[in-house]
Design a protein around this ligand. Structure first.
Ligand SMILES: Nc1nc2c(ncn2[C@@H]2O[C@H](COP(=O)(O)OP(=O)(O)OP(=O)(O)O)[C@@H](O)[C@H]2O)c(=O)[nH]1
Ligand SMILES: [Mg+2]
Length: 271
């Protein structure tokens, strides 16, 4: 502490680029380093060496601590994790046992999620899996799912059906969705996701081009692309979308919508 004070005082006492106390600063700094090195060595010899972790006890603490439930979020989501904590508090069982009894996880999945490697790495363990899957860094804390397709194919209807909410405006007029519409939710067993409904990629005119531009920006943060198409009408637009997503190494899912109108596109599905 003394050296630290001296260095701070000496450093503050210099004028312009000239500091007459530099030799003093250097001496204090070197002696501080020496003291620190000796202190660390003594600490190692007298306090650290010989310490042994009681593995079984540590494991019991990890499996019983309610904080552990946080590590389960990427796989089971917030609501299910709350359920596990409440049931553990009620029954007196460990978090691990409660999660297994609730049928939410297997023992192996639990061990993997709370392993030191999983809890110490940045982001959640599921992101790491996704990263391997798409070899692409995640853009945020949620998996970004982009809904793409031509106008009026039912992108917004699909989003509303998945979320069971009126998130996006649906109408029979092509070009209803203008700016991207975002909806965060938990999608089990994926965990937290962000759906992004977009404007039709085939929009025309000056305004239409601006909308398409906004849709194209969504590709940059999409980690899973959903290509929505109208029944059996898979065409050039959809193919272009597919290859664009492939180029960006974004996995894609195709949704054949309005099959009640067009009949099942069996041939296309088979191909
Ligand atoms: N019959 C039938 N109609 C549907 C289906 N899905 C959507 N629609 C209708 O198709 C029209 C367009 O649906 P939207 O969800 O607005 O389509 P969108 O792709 O979001 O359209 P834009 O935002 O304009 O690009 C609406 O009138 C919907 O009611 C379906 O599965 N069957
Ligand atoms: Mg729409």
């Amino acid at each position: 502490m003394g050296y630290d004070q001296v260095i701070a005082y000496a450093a503050a006492s210099g004028n312009l680029e000239l500091n007459a106390f530099l030799p003093l600063i250097a001496q204090c700094l070197l002696e501080s380093c020496d003291l620190l090195a000796r202190g660390a060595d003594i600490f190692r010899r007298l306090c650290v060496e010989g310490i042994e972790a009681d593995e079984a006890r540590c494991r019991t603490h990890v499996e019983s601590s309610t904080a552990t439930a946080t590590a389960l979020l990427p796989l089971i989501g917030y609501e299910a994790a709350c359920q596990v904590v409440q049931s553990a508090a009620k029954t007196g069982k460990s978090i691990k046992q409660s999660a297994i009894d609730e049928g939410l996880l297997t023992a192996e999945q639990f061990d993997e999620l709370v392993s030191p490697e999983a809890v110490c790495r940045l982001g959640s363990s599921s992101y790491q899996k996704r990263k391997t899957m798409v070899e692409y860094a995640p853009k945020g804390l949620r998996l970004h799912i982009g809904l793409f397709g031509r106008r009026n194919v039912g992108k917004s209807s699909l989003l509303n059906a998945i979320t069971r909410q009126q998130v996006s405006i649906v109408s029979e007029y092509a070009g209803t969705t203008t700016d991207p519409v975002e909806k965060p939710m938990e999608l089990l067993p994926l965990g937290p996701v962000l759906f992004i409904d977009t404007a039709g990629i085939d929009d025309a005119g000056v305004l239409g081009q601006l909308r398409v531009k906004r849709t194209q920006q969504v590709f940059e943060r999409t980690e899973l692309g959903v290509i929505v198409t109208d029944g059996g009408a898979w065409g050039d637009f959809e193919e272009q979308l597919r290859s664009h997503l492939k180029e960006l190494k974004i996995p894609a899912v195709a949704v054949f919508n309005k099959i009640d109108l067009r009949g099942r596109a069996r041939r296309l599905l088979r191909s």
